[in-house]
Write a protein that binds this ligand. Structure first.
Ligand SMILES: NC(=O)c1ccc[n+]([C@@H]2O[C@H](COP(=O)([O-])OP(=O)(O)OC[C@H]3O[C@@H](n4cnc5c(N)ncnc54)[C@H](OP(=O)(O)O)[C@@H]3O)[C@@H](O)[C@H]2O)c1
Length: 356
């Protein structure tokens, strides 16, 4: 039960903790919950320290048990090692759901706590929290962050009319869910086409979550986007552009991070883009798919999850398909996904697919 609560705490901070993973903690003594903690915005303080800081009378911590969704850290980064405080306040037990596969920790936290007489047990709580932590492990160890694609299409799979009109395909509630997805990811990735046609702000305007609009990455090979687009006028948002230009006016891009890929002429290497985003400490990427970017990602088998909102509307053959040509000739080569969930959202259907 306590670990289940710790998982709930971790879920609170999903999308807000990059470059650190979202972790949840519950502190218990004599069957009573003393405190709850979760990783704070930007990854500091860590969940363990947040939970400890909630307990005013620190002497109460002596002999208590900490339930954590991840092994406490033993290294000094932006934050001091969490184990130092666990040792200092003389916890009796630490129950973790999973060892931290970050090479900087990797069992070292467990070892050091045990060497100071603190009992550490692993509860193997359930698959869910492992999947949850694995997103972080994959990203830091393999530079493969979790890529979630959001598509809003008509029933016949079109994301815009032939003149690229797309406002609005799905209903208000689906669009609100789209904003919620933004708040649950570390960053958003979009192509030049979408910024140019839709002029979006890509923020989360849901009440209470307006602080959760993530950083933005744009693919703009030739730096041809106008800096008058709304996106470049947003306050408190970090914007980065991947490009392949050698000759441009640097002064124009003062507030924007430019990342030059040095690719051969043509579109940017999407595999490299995803790797670089992960290397910058973003582990959950939401792609708001125009057709070209969605197709690139699918071709390269980079998509882990799709939220596909489908309206009860039909555009017809001349509309722009959500996914363009994948050049698949045989059924055994189709891109396979598992339908994880499906729900009606007003007049739309939301299907959630995971990598097959
Ligand atoms: N309904 C929805 O869910 C939804 C969501 C988003 C967009 N849309 C609609 O989709 C349309 C835009 O789609 P789109 O396909 O034209 O554009 P897009 O996928 O948003 O952007 C594609 C552009 O990104 C750049 N790019 C660079 N490297 C790339 C790579 N490896 N893979 C893909 N793109 C790369 C290219 O422009 P450069 O060569 O100039 O770099 C390319 O033309 C608009 O009409 C918009 O309204 C609909």
């Amino acid at each position: 039960m306590y670990m289940e609560l710790a998982v709930r705490m971790a879920e609170r901070s999903v999308g807000l903790t990059a470059p650190n993973p979202p972790v949840g903690v519950i502190i218990v003594k004599n069957g009573e919950i003393l405190s709850r903690g979760w990783t704070q915005i930007g990854g500091s303080p860590h969940a363990e320290i947040h939970a400890i800081s909630q307990v005013r009378n620190k002497s109460l911590l002596r002999g208590s048990t900490m339930y954590s969704t991840l092994e406490p850290c033993s290294h000094r980064g932006k934050n001091p090692p969490c184990i130092d405080n666990i040792i200092k306040y003389r916890f009796k037990d630490v129950v973790i759901s999973q060892k931290d596969k970050n090479p900087l920790v990797n069992g070292d936290g467990i070892k050091k706590l045990r060497s100071r007489g603190i009992r550490v047990t692993q509860s193997n709580f359930n698959n869910y929290i492992n999947k949850f932590n694995n997103i972080f492990f994959h990203s830091i160890n393999k530079k493969k962050p979790h890529v979630c694609l959001k598509i809003a299409s008509t029933a016949d799979g079109k994301i815009a009319t032939k003149i690229k009109d797309s406002k609005w395909i799905t209903g208000k509630r689906s669009r609100m869910m789209g904003q919620y997805l933004r708040s649950k990811n570390d960053c958003i990735l979009v192509g030049r086409g979408t910024v140019e046609k839709d002029n979006p702000s890509l923020n989360c305007r849901l009440s209470g979550l307006d602080h959760s609009s993530p950083d933005i990455f744009i693919l703009d090979t030739n730096l041809s986007l106008s800096l008058n687009s709304k996106i470049f006028k947003l306050k408190n948002r970090k914007i980065s552009i991947f490009h392949n230009c050698s000759n441009f006016n640097k002064k124009k891009y003062k507030k924007i991070t430019l990342i030059r890929l040095n690719d051969n002429p043509g579109i940017l290497n999407i595999r490299k883009v995803i790797k670089l985003i992960s290397g910058k400490g973003y582990h959950r990427i939401l792609v708001e798919g125009g057709s070209k970017i969605s197709t690139s990602l699918l071709k390269n088998n980079l998509i882990d999850k799709i939220y596909w909102f489908r309206a009860s509307k039909v555009i017809g053959g001349e509309g722009i398909g959500a996914i363009s040509n994948l050049n698949i000739r045989k059924m055994n080569l189709v891109k396979k996904f598992k339908l994880e969930d499906s729900a009606r959202v007003e007049d739309d259907i939301m299907d959630i697919y995971t990598r097959g």
